[in-house]
Design a protein around this ligand. Structure first.
Ligand code: GUN
Length: 303
């Protein structure tokens, strides 16, 4: 079997067009221009690229995308004050603190990331990282859906891939992807806004015994571990759907770098019925869902 390629780039473009149209209607009806502020601390090159891409995507959708750049020497208290200021600024609807925060900030002791994220007003928390928004998601009544898992739900929905009653194995238990992904797919119909629900979900991680055997039994395999090509072809069951969340930069053997996922793509595509490429799979969907959340935030605050 050769797998169907799940084209995240095309689906993300479709969603961004839909958001742009909804923004246009919202503003035409008298709403303010939605505004997202990304807070970028330090000079991490990958984070700079991400933030630039987010801001460009905002502008293309009619959303104002501001970036607040702060030096790596910023202290914990200063960053908390910046976030509090954005919470109180009525012209700002979405706040995103780009992660990871630099390890060398705060006089060498690093940031307490959790307490920074806790400071973001839950009504402006377009990443859905705050405890209030995580709790609402757990209870099946989300305010914002976290962007990467929501992008995957949108992809499954638009590709008409049902997970109901199926065995989904999520590899990775991060707060950003693994945990919320598992929760969303196990929800009853509709609670996460889409018909992608009612799955039987297993969360696997670095301490899981017999990982290969577990993965082979999955109808849908979602890899979010950040280990280049860790999922080999023999870990993929015949006809499985493979969603690769990994974006890993590795040497290309010619003095440069290339991006690879957590799945060995060439091996897995011979076994799977459908698979996401890296790049061009899950990645573009994350930004599309961030735009969606920013519009929701603007509508929520100005309803
Ligand atoms: N760093 C990597 N992914 C993300 C994300 O989804 N949101 C934020 N704020 N930072 C990130």
């Amino acid at each position: 079997m050769t797998a169907k390629l799940l084209d995240g780039k095309r689906i993300a473009a479709e969603i961004r067009d839909e958001v742009a149209e909804q923004v246009r209607q919202f503003v035409q009806a008298g709403g303010p221009t939605p505004c997202l502020v990304a807070v970028l601390v330090g000079e991490d090159p990958a984070s700079q690229v991400y933030v630039r891409n987010k801001s460009r995507a905002c502008e293309k959708s009619g959303i104002e995308g501001r970036t607040m750049r702060l030096p790596a020497s910023t202290t914990q208290d200063e960053l908390v004050d910046v976030v509090r200021g954005l919470n109180q600024d009525d012209s700002v609807h979405g706040i995103l603190v780009q992660l990871p925060l630099p390890a060398d900030g705060n006089g060498g002791s690093g940031f307490d990331e959790r307490s920074i994220l806790d400071t973001v007003d839950p009504r402006k928390d377009v990443d859905a990282f705050s405890p209030v928004n995580v709790g609402l998601l757990m209870q099946g009544r989300p305010r914002f859906l976290p962007c990467t898992p929501h992008g995957i739900v949108q992809m499954l929905h638009r590709e008409k891939i049902s997970v109901a009653g199926k065995h989904v194995v999520v590899i990775g238990r991060s707060d950003i992807v693994g945990k919320p992904m598992a929760m969303m797919l196990a929800q009853r119909d509709g609670s996460c806004g889409r018909d992608v629900a009612n799955a039987t979900v297993t969360i696997a991680h670095s301490r899981t015994a017999n990982l290969a055997q577990l993965c082979r039994g999955a109808d849908v395999l979602i890899a979010a571990v950040g280990v280049p090509e860790m999922i080999s072809g023999d870990m993929v069951g015949d006809g499985a759907v493979v969603i690769d969340v990994g974006i890993n930069r590795v040497e290309d053997g010619q003095g440069g770098y290339k991006l690879v996922g957590d799945v060995n793509f060439e091996q897995a595509r011979g076994k799977a019925s459908a698979i996401t490429p890296v790049p061009g799979g899950v990645g573009p969907l994350t930004i599309a869902m961030l735009l969606h959340n920013t519009l929701l935030a603007a509508k929520g605050i100005h309803a």
